[in-house]
Ligand binder design. Structure first.
Ligand SMILES: Nc1ncnc2c1ncn2[C@@H]1O[C@H](COP(=O)(O)OP(=O)(O)OP(=O)(O)O)[C@@H](O)[C@H]1O
Ligand SMILES: [Mg+2]
Length: 378
């Protein structure tokens, strides 16, 4: 099972430029989370902070009992081995063929024999649909193939946490659909913890268990997918509907009067239901579409049941629309337990409002907790 990533009060600046402050969230083990946010809000900086490539000035990132913000270099080196990272541009070595690119982490970090390396590389290439392309150079293949090669490389060390930085950018819509299925299938096969940064709203609506949004140097919201998909928070609705009207401006913040005028005009046209189709898979409306299932023949995602138990314990946290959407996704046994008051809300440490059952996680730890934040919360 993947490991939890527990981020608390994280703040990152470059010189006097603050990128984001006080980011608190937990990536529950084995679950898929998506992080959204306007360009330049620091999503890539966040991913690089999680792997320890950038150092935040405040806060903690706890992975397997290690705070990687403050730990020593050799410990960070060990924790990094838990990660597979697909960088925004694939980041392949241009002079190496795909086989050598994908084999690189194995040759660098393990003492495996060449025959063992060959077996692993071919297995991962098969997994991402690149069989037969071993001898190709990155410059000789399409952008989509480069992404998948980057993904194969991210997988060779059997990571427990995988970070994807815009895996779908530059892909056609059908390939995005295939990639999304591949991500869900991978999660079912390896049960690792996934965090995906994307601008594709279709992906955000259908792939993850949890959704978050970075906006104006803060994590505006992070929680179960139903929480954001049913949210009335103006910035969340604007982003998920891919529209101009709302608080997010082209380059700078809009004033309140302008946002109000825009929203009135939008309502007069019928609101989001009749907003047409926004770019990047934005579908309009606020329905919670079904989540993608693994392909036939693959195992169930083990995270599904864990997540159901987790969100059943959180039902009391949410407004009625979110709670209803979550209830609709839960099996009868859990719903009955929740309604019978089996899940006591606990005042867990660090401002996380609930904790998993006492038998799930050692006392004092809130390793699988997610703190749903509302935009106005400090
Ligand atoms: N190494 C660095 N030194 C200084 N500033 C940086 C560095 N890396 C990123 N930044 C700044 O941090 C901000 C956030 O950048 P980041 O790449 O994380 O945005 P993003 O949310 O990933 O955007 P996009 O959606 O366009 O990929 C930008 O203003 C960028 O200029
Ligand atoms: Mg980025």
């Amino acid at each position: 099972m993947g490991v939890a990533v527990e981020v608390s009060g994280l703040t990152k600046s470059f010189g006097s430029q603050n990128i984001w402050s006080d980011v608190t969230l937990t990536l529950p083990p084995g679950e898929i989370s998506v992080l959204l946010g306007p360009s330049g809000t620091g999503k890539s900086v966040f991913l690089k902070s999680l792997v320890g490539l950038l150092k935040p000035e405040r806060g903690s990132i706890v992975i397997s009992d290690t705070d990687i913000v403050t730990c020593r270099e050799h410990r960070l080196y060990e924790v990094r081995k838990l990660f597979g990272v697909l960088f925004q541009d694939g980041a392949l070595f241009g002079s190496m063929n795909l086989f050598d690119n994908i084999a690189f982490p194995l040759r660098e970090h393990t003492k495996k024999s060449e025959s063992e390396i060959r077996r692993i590389v071919l297995e991962k290439m098969d997994m991402v649909g690149l069989q037969g392309a071993e001898g190709k150079l990155p410059g000789e293949i399409s952008g989509g193939m480069r992404k998948r090669a980057g993904l194969a490389r991210a997988l060779v060390l059997d990571p427990e946490i995988i970070l994807f930085d815009e895996p779908d950018s530059g892909l056609d819509p059908v390939r995005v659909a295939y990639l999304n299925q591949l991500i869900v299938d991978l999660n079912a096969q390896i049960d690792a913890t996934f965090l995906i940064v994307t601008h594709d709203i279709g992906t955000a609506r259908t792939v993850p268990d949890n959704l978050g949004l970075l906006f104006r140097r803060h994590l505006a919201m992070f929680g179960p997918r139903e929480q954001l998909l049913t949210s009335q928070e103006p910035v969340v609705r604007q982003f998920l509907n891919g529209r101009r009207e709302g608080p997010i401006g082209m380059s700078e913040e809009k004033d309140v009067a302008q946002v109000e005028a825009e929203m009135a005009a939008l309502e007069a046209r019928g609101g989001d239901q009749h907003n047409g189709i926004g770019p990047k898979g934005a579908s309009g409306g606020d329905a919670v579409p079904p989540q993608l299932d693994p392909s036939p023949g693959l195992p169930e995602r083990q995270a599904v049941r864990r997540r159901q138990e987790r969100v059943a314990r959180m039902l009391h946290e949410f407004d009625p629309a979110t709670a209803e959407a979550i209830r609709a996704s839960l099996p009868h046994d859990l719903l009955a337990q929740a309604d019978a008051g089996a899940f006591t809300p606990t005042a867990a440490a660090g401002g996380r409002h609930w904790a998993p059952g006492p038998d799930a996680v050692p006392a004092g730890s809130a390793a699988t907790a997610v703190l749903p934040r509302s935009a106005g919360e400090p």
